[in-house]
Design a protein around this ligand. Structure first.
Ligand code: FES
Length: 106
């Protein structure tokens, strides 16, 4: 669907997608790096697990949610790649960390 122009070596960095290396262009977003790398399935729907992928590429639709460096629900279209960034595709609803939940009333 997407085809990337050749990456100039001086602008090429590497990120990890689900533990596998993925070449990215310095300054592009995670979503663009993934799409240019041939990735079409960014996450599974929280309801049915159906594959989802970016739609708006401008921070509106939230279809591009991924886990970046251990933080779930990051918008891949709004985050710029950095060398060694760890990106993981999500499936279903990510768990909420107990440490960020408010204390239950006694
Ligand atoms: S693609 Fe729509 S918010 Fe990222």
């Amino acid at each position: 669907m997407f085809r990337r122009d050749p990456l100039p070596p001086e602008d090429t960095i590497e990120i990890l997608l689900d533990g596998e290396p993925l070449a990215a262009r310095r300054g592009e977003t995670v979503a663009l790096a993934m799409l240019a790398g041939g990735v079409q399935h960014f996450r599974g729907s929280v309801v049915s697990g159906a594959p989802r992928a970016p739609y708006c590429l401008m921070g509106v639709c939230f279809e591009c949610l991924v886990t970046i460096d251990g933080v779930a629900n990051r918008q891949a279209c709004m985050v710029t790649v950095t060398p060694g960034m760890r990106v993981t595709r999500q499936s279903g609803a990510p768990e909420i960390l107990p440490s960020i939940l408010p204390e239950a009333p006694q």
